[in-house]
Design a protein around this ligand. Structure first.
Ligand code: UDP
Ligand code: MG
Length: 316
């Protein structure tokens, strides 16, 4: 069992004026409750990260900071996107807290689960994933696109926890490990499982956004999925190589077929040679592109400069 420690709740906010006052109130209650149960220290905080909002989100954060003792704020110089805002918040506070929970401002994720996360942390987990049980409250469209999103990720070879978004607890050790990843194309859902350490999941029901609208329309979701795949997997490149080999195989069959056709006299002059070279060259070219891709994939891995290992314990 761990000693109680300082919990920071990091909340990225982009144009969230409608939800912020309520979010701040409810999260403060959650903190007070856990402090009174002696699970977290009195220094625990809520950190709102204003991701260059265009409305008066920052004014609201300032107001909340002045009226509620546990609310702090970070303002980014411009809109950098959810993932960057979240990482920015976590990295800014990592040396002040024992553990940090990240959660969206709209409170679609059940905030009562934070206590379960802290319990797991106190039991010794370094990472606790919040996982949605079901998606009844989401619209049909959001639900199917979201399920498609995770399926696509799996298919493309990106290791991420199914139905887990960016609602999770990270201990200070996990935060320090995350800081070792210098990549610029952030896809936190894929990066966190790479960290390792003792991890666990807590389950909750996802609620409706209680005010404001989703900042992730289909277009952003697609580009997010594309980011995830291209940052974590060279499977698309492998697919080209596989396709090249398949095409070469087909070329071989076509070669047999067209030679038979030629000798049985069913063809006009020139067809056999054209059709054979067409398929064969196509296959060879695809293999060539795939091969170049393999090297580019390797270079990409080097450029990302991810840590090769992360030490969990060192008994001296
Ligand atoms: N967000 C952000 N910057 C952006 C877009 C979104 O910080 O450029 C925040 C937003 O304020 C919210 C979280 O990211 O706290 C998730 O966004 P949203 O709830 O709209 O996504 P959804 O739940 O619809 O996937
Ligand atoms: Mg949401």
């Amino acid at each position: 069992m761990r000693e109680k420690s300082t919990l920071f709740i990091v909340v990225p906010c982009y144009n969230e004026k409608d939800v912020l006052p309520e979010t701040s109130k409810r999260l403060s209650e959650v903190l007070e409750n856990m402090i009174s149960k002696n699970k977290i220290t009195d220094e625990s905080r809520i950190i709102f990260v204003d991701d260059g909002s265009l409305d008066n989100t920052w004014e609201i954060i300032c107001r909340e900071h002045n009226t509620r003792p546990r609310v702090s704020g970070i303002k980014l110089s411009r809109n950098q996107g959810h993932q960057n805002a979240l990482l920015g918040g976590l990295m800014t506070v990592k040396d002040e807290c024992g553990c940090a929970v990240s959660i969206d401002a709209d409170l679609q994720d059940d905030i009562n689960t934070i206590e379960d996360m802290v319990d797991k942390y106190l039991e010794g987990c370094e990472i606790v994933y919040g996982v949605r049980k079901k998606r009844d409250s989401d619209t049909f469209f959001k639900r199917t696109t979201a399920v498609g999103f995770y399926k696509l990720m799996r298919f493309m070879g990106v290791d991420c926890v199914f139905n887990h978004a960016d609602y999770r607890l990270l201990s200070r050790q996990a935060l320090n490990a995350l800081a070792e990843f210098p990549e610029k194309n952030l896809f936190l859902r894929g990066m966190i499982p790479l960290i390792g350490f003792k991890s666990d999941c807590v389950y909750y029901d996802r609620k409706e956004r209680f005010a404001g609208e989703s900042k992730y329309p289909l277009k952003k979701m697609l580009s997010f999925a594309f980011d995830g795949i291209t940052s974590f997997s060279i499977n698309p490149i492998r697919m080209i190589s596989t396709m090249g080999i398949t095409v070469c195989f087909i070329a071989f069959l076509i070669l047999l077929y067209s030679v038979i056709r030629k000798f049985t006299g069913h063809t006009i002059t020139g067809w056999t040679s054209i059709i054979c070279s067409l398929w064969f060259l196509g296959g060879v070219q695809l293999i060539g592109i795939g091969l170049i891709g393999e090297y580019i994939g390797k270079m990409y891995k080097e450029v990302k400069n991810r840590p090769r290992y992360i030490i969990e314990t060192y008994l001296k």
